[in-house]
Design a protein around this ligand. Structure first.
Ligand code: ADP
Ligand code: MG
Length: 469
């Protein structure tokens, strides 16, 4: 048996012990050059990165498989010098399945223009963590205690217990806060590399590779470096990957790449994994592998606790009568973001009216609009559309149509404007619901913002529509 055949046998055993993805990236392009002094396997790998990775993560596996086949205790050595056996670089086609490609930092690092593009698209490592979101300032109650406990467990032992951790619940209930808290704690306690990313950003990064044909391979390497070279991956608002098939596929690949190393993944969504629309089944199954936890809207008790906690230490806090907190808690929506909005408004009003007592009367006078502001309610985009359509005497379908008559256009722009200002939907999602792209949404928002500066009439119209929502 020659070296080639021997190595092929060993590789085939390795192949059945790791995922296809890992095999393709790290093992597929290796070659057995020689067996030195009859006791050391000299194995050629493509670059330093792969060499280090193999030594750090697959040392045991390589030793074990060599022994299984040869029944002897050989040593091995990894070499990167190109030599005559160098394998030609694979050409990357636009539609080529991403995981089939070797991870390599291209040799064209000196090619300035290309690297500039890469730097721009994938800037130096940045964890994107917000240090203000911590476990200490997360208020725990019945509706979020399970999520909190699991989040703590993950922060204590990343990659061990709940992997992935899937947190779901309506908007404004603390999912993002909790995920940053996990990331911050792991970063400080274990000095691990954490990456927090919105699913939108993940998608944009991925699409960037295919948008730029010339720099394709380099961008691909940079993409992989960004996403595979970390210990903890936090992806927020996964629902935005609905229908994004290619991106979903790459997310699946990323998960595969993480698997052998017990790297931690944390995901959030506005629905449970089962209810995610237009997601590959295998990905949904994957999401539910570890632990799925829901955060529910806070009850009265938790709302009061959150209000007290957020106000503690604020200079005007002692001016606020207890019945004010109770009133706010019982009459606001069950959404922490809304509570925060009310608190900010309350502070502002206290500042502007320093001589008034902060009691229920004060609330009635200055805060009632903020408290009753139901615009964040479920399906608010639909509610806004309906209110605008009624006001301008058109149908909701007309707002979504391609009709460009001036009155219809104006109504549509007002509706889009209200959606961007009064919901926390992304411009993409708002666009979708009007059959438009995000650029149109941004344009509509800017147009109405500008018009509002000069038109009392428009101001009045918008106020009347808001009253109806
Ligand atoms: P989600 O990601 O679920 O939409 P966020 O994490 O963005 O919600 O939370 C919205 C706001 O409410 C943030 O400012 C966050 O700090 C705050 N918040 C949510 N839940 C809590 C909580 N239990 N304790 C303290 N602040 C909270
Ligand atoms: Mg969030």
């Amino acid at each position: 048996m020659n070296n080639n055949e021997l190595w092929t046998q060993i590789l085939s055993r390795i192949e059945s012990s790791v995922s296809t993805m890992i095999y393709n990236i790290y093992f597929k392009d290796t070659t057995l050059l020689d067996i030195d002094n009859n006791n050391t396997f000299k194995i050629q790998v493509k670059n330093e990165f792969i060499k280090n990775h193999l030594l750090n993560h697959f040392d045991d596996l390589i030793n074990e498989k060599i022994k299984e086949v040869t029944r002897k205790d050989y040593l091995y050595e990894l070499v990167t010098s190109p030599g005559e056996l160098e394998i030609p670089k694979k050409k990357v086609e636009d539609n080529e399945y991403i995981s089939q490609l070797p991870l390599e930092i291209e040799n064209n690092v000196h090619n300035e223009p290309v690297m500039n593009v890469v730097d721009e698209v994938f800037p130096d490592y940045n964890d994107n963590l917000n240090p203000n979101y911590t476990f200490e300032n997360f208020v725990v109650g019945n509706q979020n205690s399970i999520a909190y406990t699991c989040a703590k467990a993950v922060a204590d032992q990343p990659g061990v217990l709940y992997n992935p951790l899937f947190i779901w619940g309506k908007s404004g209930l603390g999912k993002t806060h909790l995920m940053h808290a996990i990331g911050n704690e792991i970063k400080h306690k274990y000095n691990k590399r954490v990456l927090y990313i919105s699913s939108k950003q993940f998608k944009e990064d991925y699409q960037e590779i295919f948008a730029n044909k010339n720099t394709n391979t380099t961008l691909l390497s940079a993409f992989k470096k960004k996403y595979y070279d970390i210990d903890v991956l936090i992806i927020d608002d996964i629902q935005f990957l609905s229908s994004a098939e290619k991106t979903q596929e790459e997310l699946h690949n990323t998960f595969e790449a993480f698997k052998p190393f017990q790297k931690q993944i944390i995901i959030s969504s506005d629905t449970s994994p089962d209810d995610l629309q237009k997601f590959e089944d295998r990905l949904k199954t994957r999401f539910a592998w570890g632990m799925t936890v829901q955060i529910s809207p806070p009850d009265l008790e938790l709302k009061i606790k959150i209000l007290k906690n957020k106000m503690a230490g604020h200079e005007t806090a002692e001016k606020i009568k207890p019945e004010v907190l109770e009133y706010i808690a019982s009459n606001s929506q069950s959404d922490v973001r809304h509570l925060e909005g009310i608190i900010n408004r309350l502070y502002l009003m206290i500042l502007m009216n320093p001589n008034e007592e902060v009691n229920l009367e004060f609330v009635q006078k200055y805060l009632i609009e903020e408290i009753n502001n139901n615009i964040y309610a479920e399906n608010s985009v639909e509610k806004i559309k309906k209110a605008v359509a009624d006001y301008y005497n058109v149908t909701v379908d007309t707002l979504k149509s391609k009709k460009r008559k001036a009155e219809i256009n104006k109504a549509r722009q007002v509706a889009i404007y209200l959606c961007t200002m009064n919901t926390d939907e992304t411009v993409e999602r708002i666009g979708l619901s009007f059959n438009r792209d995000h650029a149109t949404v941004i344009h509509a928002r800017e147009k109405i913002t500008e018009d509002l500066k000069n038109s009392e009439q428009l101001k009045q119209e918008i106020k009347e529509i808001k009253d109806k929502i």
